[in-house]
Design a protein around this ligand. Structure first.
Ligand code: SF4
Ligand code: SF4
Length: 336
């Protein structure tokens, strides 16, 4: 059966077709000299030379801030009105396979004990077009956490770049097949040679089972290794904001004493106030305890509670950390 191709000169037509049908097209694009996921309107806006966008596209499914309710306080009491979410059809173009695999982690937490429709409605209307990696850098470690550039989990359409700069496309899910049918005019039949994929070397010193075993022991909490490994962390929270699987949020009421909005805002377990009790007690009173929590979340809580991965090995937290705290070094140390 002949391959389906997306010719590079048809990328603009694909964007037009998506926008023309009322959708939004999110893709890696250059902004302030960095490649980031953002809404684009034409092919010229697309970044062509990137490994991974600096931000995760989770912000288009789980915004940094959003109104979830409005309130008015009157003499008869408080009137709290929930807001609805009516997302647009969204196309994420240029996901990498690691990041597509992170979507099951987000869905797991947002449908665990409560269906968070602010997330699920957006994800239901999102189609993920993954472009397999033909290059990577020192921070990529997907193969160490059991993924690879050939992983298709979370991708609706999986694309491979060809030697001539076009894309060989494979619709992976029913949503992906429907997308290809809906925009059939921009895809062509034909065959082409795919560029070789970049497969990062597995880090030999890391053993996920050993990490999980060590983290499961209660004495792990007081292990001095946390202080030694993570003492340089300054608690800026950047690693959590760029991480495609981090999902913590806080709810705040903003406005006057008489009316206002209830907002859902990204939060970070790296912040001192994250676990500060009203009493003044803080169970994670030092930064190494907060870092321990982030690591436990990825490699103990997530794999125990859900089948999905808490870390997909994208390496974003390594690239963004201002003090160069490398999660793979902690993984190696905890594998011993
Ligand atoms: S912990 Fe780091 S490497 Fe793992 S998914 Fe998050 S940002 Fe990527
Ligand atoms: S980015 Fe680095 S310094 Fe900032 S909270 Fe994360 S580990 Fe700590």
């Amino acid at each position: 059966m002949a391959d389906k191709l997306l010719k590079k000169e048809n990328l603009g037509k694909l964007i037009e077709s998506v926008l023309g049908k009322g959708g939004r097209f999110i893709a890696p694009s250059t902004d302030a000299r960095q490649v980031v996921f953002k809404a684009v309107a034409k092919a010229e806006d697309l970044a062509s030379d990137y490994i991974l966008a600096r931000n995760s596209y989770k912000e288009f499914l789980f915004p940094q801030t959003e109104v979830v309710a409005e309130f008015t306080v009157g003499k008869d009491g408080v009137d709290l009105r929930g807001t609805d979410v009516n997302p647009k059809d969204t196309v994420i173009f240029g996901s990498r396979p690691c990041e597509a695999a992170s979507l099951s982690a987000l869905r797991a937490v947002f449908t665990w004990d409560f269906i968070d429709e602010f997330y699920t409605k957006r994800e239901d209307k999102t189609v993920v077009l993954t472009v397999a990696c033909t290059k990577g850098d020192e921070a990529c470690f997907c193969t160490t956490v059991g993924l690879s550039p050939e992983t298709k989990d979370g991708s609706d359409v999986y694309l491979k770049e060809t030697e001539s700069g076009d894309y060989i496309i494979e619709a992976v899910t029913d949503k992906g097949k429907a997308f290809v049918e809906k925009h059939a005019a921009v895809f062509e039949d034909g065959s082409a040679t795919a560029k070789p994929l970049f497969i990062p070397a597995k880090i030999e010193g890391i053993d996920l089972d050993k990490i999980k075993e060590r983290l499961a022991k209660t004495e792990n909490y007081a292990d001095p290794v946390w202080g030694e490994l993570t003492k340089k962390c300054i608690g800026c929270g950047a690693c959590t904001f760029v991480c495609p699987t981090c999902h913590c949020f806080d709810i705040t009421d903003e406005g006057t004493a008489f009316e206002g909005e209830r907002r859902k805002n990204w939060d970070s377990c790296q912040y001192e106030n994250f676990t500060l009790h009203a009493s003044g007690h803080n169970p994670r009173d030092f930064q190494h305890k907060r870092w321990r929590n982030r690591f436990m979340c990825k490699f103990n809580y997530y794999p125990n509670k859900f089948s999905s991965k808490g870390c997909v090995g994208c390496g974003r937290c390594i690239r963004v950390c201002p003090v160069r705290l490398d999660i793979t070094e902690v993984m190696e140390a905890m594998s011993k």
